[in-house]
Structures are given as C-alpha cells and as structure tokens.
Design a protein around this ligand. Structure first.
Ligand code: DON
Length: 317
C-alpha cells in the first residue's frame, strides 16, 4: 500500500497561509546568487536579481501573494501555453500538433536542428514550435497578439496587462536565431505569411505580468480552464489535459525531466524569471526571481516551488 498521504483540497486550502508562503520565500531568497539574469536580450539584462515574489491561488479562488507582489516582469515562454490554447481552439488539436510533435527534449529552448531532419518542431513549448503555434493563430497584423493578450486579461481579470515595447524591440533586434527558425518553417511549408507573424511571438514574450497573474493562469489550466472566480465559459478538460501534459514534458525545457522527478507537477518557465505551476484539480502557483539556471529556469523560483510541494505533498507521483 502507498504511504503517500492524500491531502484534499479543503486541507490544502486551510494549510496555505500568508505566513507559510512568507517563510518559504525567506528560506529561498538567497538562491538568486546561484544563477544569472538572462542578458541575451539586452533589455532583460536590466532585471533586478534580488526581486522575488510567490503567489498561490487556492482551490476556492482565494489569492495569497508574498514578496515583491507588484513587480512586473516579462512572461516570456509562459505565454506559449495561452498561445497553444488559442491555436487549438481555432484549428483543432490535430491540425496544430500534426505540424509539430508531442516530444520531450534534452535540448535547450532555442534548439531547432530537427527542422532539418524531421522537418517539424519537437513540441509547442520550445521556440520553434511556439513560433509556429502563434503563426497558426488566425488574423492579420497584430490580431493574434491581441487574442493572446485578451485571453491573459480574461484569465487574470486584469485589463491593465500590456506588453513592453522596449523588451519587444530588444527581442526583435537580437532574435536572429528565432528569425532563422521562422524562415526554415516557411521553407518547409509550415508557416505562411510575413514576418508580422514572428513579431507577434516577440510581442507575446514581452507581455508584463506579476507572480499573481501566473498563479491565476496556472489555476485556470489546473482546473479544466475554469477561471479562479468560477467563470466557466472556456471550460474544457481536454484543453487542460493538453496544456498540462505539454508543461510536464517540455515546460522546463531540457530541465523538464529532472524537474518532473523533483517537483512532479506541470510547470512552465520563462527567461524573465517566472515559473507557473498547475496542481491538477487543485491550485495555481506563480513564482518570480530573475536569476536563472543553465536551462533558463528561475533558481529561487524552483526552490520555493519545491518547498511548497514538499510541505503539502503536492507531487503527483
Ligand atoms: O525566444 C526567446 O528568445 C525568448 N523571448 C523567449 C524564450 C524563453 O522564455 C525561453 N525560456 N526559458
């Protein structure tokens, strides 16, 4: 018989307090020293490595925030989950995923050698697949970006969310590798149209959010795409299974397998320092600290999540 104790949602909700999250944050604050702030995009390099925040949306929708709760940072790759949802809503899962794959990886997020071998991206979470996913969202010009923004605003109930023009321009100016992938996929017949489509990817990465916003998005995917206040207009258990399974196998890039071993939950990181976690059927978690490990995952963010997961026995396995 399993020794694993089953903690139900009521227990989890009662156990998570501001005091508990504060003590987890303080215990892990110094981990930023073990990583480095991403600077391959010059604007990202300006992030304060000491800023840190941790948020949970409980099963009943109650939000708890600790640390630098007002701090906005760019969502980066975490936006790929929402873009995937929109592309699949519009075209169906088969149409979108037939153009790429459901594969995990031992390669970094900007790897694209398989565009030359199988001709297709590995999955929608790494850059190649994400650029393709956004390119598959219908609409001219920046319409796809607006759809992603609107969905994030809906999930978080925060219409103030915008993208940073500065980070966007910095990404666009230095994103030669992403541009290369875009043209290879055009050459392979996967993407049609102009570089506007790639611009939407650069802009979606530049959307500015807080840890609380990430916890709300994590909650949404954890709970069959039902919003934290109970609004269920996008309810879909299939969509939440697709997104969470992608988060589990590729959300932390080449760190995904080791992360799944230790944390055991669908999670998505971004090079802005955010990590979004979905605890299936339960809660959403958002962590922020800009200093990253070699895979591009927030070091302090990872340690805060691991502590929470161990304290509440949230590891799925
Ligand atoms: O495509 C890029 O280079 C970034 N703007 C987004 C990648 C990202 O967040 C990968 N992360 N961990």
């Amino acid at each position: 018989a399993s020794a694993k104790k089953i903690i139900n949602n009521t227990d989890v909700t009662q156990t998570i307090t501001t005091q508990m999250l504060s003590s987890i944050l303080e215990d892990n604050r110094e981990f930023y020293k073990q990583g480095v702030v991403a600077d391959y995009i010059p604007e990202l390099g300006k992030m304060d490595p000491k800023a840190i925040a941790f948020s949970v949306v409980k099963h009943n929708g109650e939000v708890i925030n600790v640390g630098d709760v007002q701090k906005r940072f760019t969502i980066q790759s975490i936006s790929k989950t929402v873009a995937l949802m929109i592309a699949v809503q519009e075209r169906g899962e088969k149409d979108v995923l037939d153009k790429m794959g459901y594969y995990g990886t031992n390669m970094p997020f900007n790897h694209f050698a398989n565009l030359e071998t199988t001709g297709k991206p590995l999955n929608p979470m790494m850059n190649a697949g994400a650029i393709l996913t956004t390119g598959l969202i219908e609409g001219e010009g920046d319409k796809p970006l607006q759809k992603i923004l609107d969905m994030i605003r809906y999930i978080t109930k925060d219409n103030s969310i915008e993208y940073s023009e500065k980070v966007y321009l910095s990404e666009k100016e230095t994103g030669h590798r992403n541009r290369g992938m875009f043209y290879l996929m055009k050459n392979n017949g996967l993407i049609e149209g102009t570089e506007d489509k790639l611009d939407n990817y650069f802009r979606q990465c530049s959307i500015e959010v807080t840890a609380e916003h990430l916890a709300k998005i994590g909650y949404f995917f954890a709970n069959q795409c039902v919003r934290y206040d109970g609004d269920d207009r996008y309810k879909s258990s299939e969509m939440s299974k697709l997104i969470q399974s992608q988060m589990l196998i590729a959300g932390m890039y080449d760190g995904s397998g080791e992360y799944a071993r230790n944390v055991g939950l669908p999670s998505k990181s971004g090079v802005g320092g955010g990590i979004m976690v979905s605890v299936p059927g339960r809660i959403g978690v958002g962590a922020f600290s800009a200093s990253l490990d070699a895979s591009g995952n927030s070091v302090a963010g990872y340690h805060m999540i691991l502590d929470l997961v161990n304290k509440l026995d949230l590891n799925l396995f």
